[in-house]
Ligand binder design. Structure first.
Ligand SMILES: Cc1cc2nc3c(=O)[nH]c(=O)nc-3n(C[C@H](O)[C@H](O)[C@H](O)COP(=O)(O)O)c2cc1C
Length: 205
């Protein structure tokens, strides 16, 4: 089934190279392709490398667990970043995550974002049948760039992690586009980028 044209995309980038990062550029290419299908597409950009979220600490986690009317001024400040990031997710019907592989995982700023948007009772809840995501009705596309090649092997620490995380919040379907072997010579890199572009074209069609 062809997915419906999204109205509001949230672009989450995390490359240290900002807009020049390969993951950021591929994600932008995807959104540009989508915009040709739905010119009214609205895009909200959350640049996690340029404006990194604070690491989740004990005080912030305690503030998450305190009801809003009982929070101190300091606690209100502590939850503000998280509330803003969750509002961006809620407003979107498509979430595009640009995730380079750094040291065999996701960039630490992307992990910190995850720590701020996973909130019990707000973006997921526990039930007697296990956790239930509360951000349903949103598709996700993850653009993952790597110097080496790992997709489909046990060394791919990113794909199952990101898929599990976004699914835990209720997002779906979740599609991955990998550009791999970007540090394995020009030929490998060119072929990987071409293949990623083809995948993005297919997803945007
Ligand atoms: C700090 C850092 C750590 C990296 N660690 C890995 C790694 O563990 N595995 C890998 O295959 N590539 C690694 N790379 C290469 C990047 O994944 C690759 O250059 C990717 O294209 C970066 O995407 P970006 O341009 O969007 O930042 C690393 C690059 C940097 C800057």
């Amino acid at each position: 089934m062809t997915p419906s044209i999204p109205h509001h995309a949230l672009l989450v980038t995390s490359s240290l190279s900002g807009e020049a990062g390969t993951s950021s550029a591929l994600a932008r290419d995807y959104l540009d392709r989508l915009a040709t299908r739905g010119p009214d597409l609205r895009i909200t950009h959350r640049d996690l490398a340029g404006d990194p979220p604070p690491h989740l600490d004990a005080e912030t986690f305690a503030a998450f667990g305190t009801s809003p009317d009982e929070r101190s001024a300091v606690q209100r400040e502590r939850v503000a970043w998280s509330d803003a990031a969750i509002a961006e997710l809620r407003a979107a019907d498509l979430v595009v995550v640009a995730a380079p592989m750094y040291n065999f995982g996701v960039p630490s700023a992307l992990k910190a974002w995850m720590d701020h948007v996973a909130r019990a009772g707000i973006t997921f809840r526990y039930t007697d049948r296990g956790p239930q995501g509360l951000l349903t009705g949103r598709r996700a596309v993850v653009v993952s760039t790597r110097g080496g090649r790992y997709a489909g092997t046990a060394a791919d620490s990113q794909t199952p992690f990101i898929e599990t995380f976004l699914g835990f919040l209720g997002l779906g379907p979740i599609e991955f586009v990998h550009a791999e072997g970007l540090a394995m010579g020009e030929d490998h890199a060119a072929a990987a980028l071409e293949s990623a572009q083809r995948d993005l074209e297919r997803l945007a069609a």
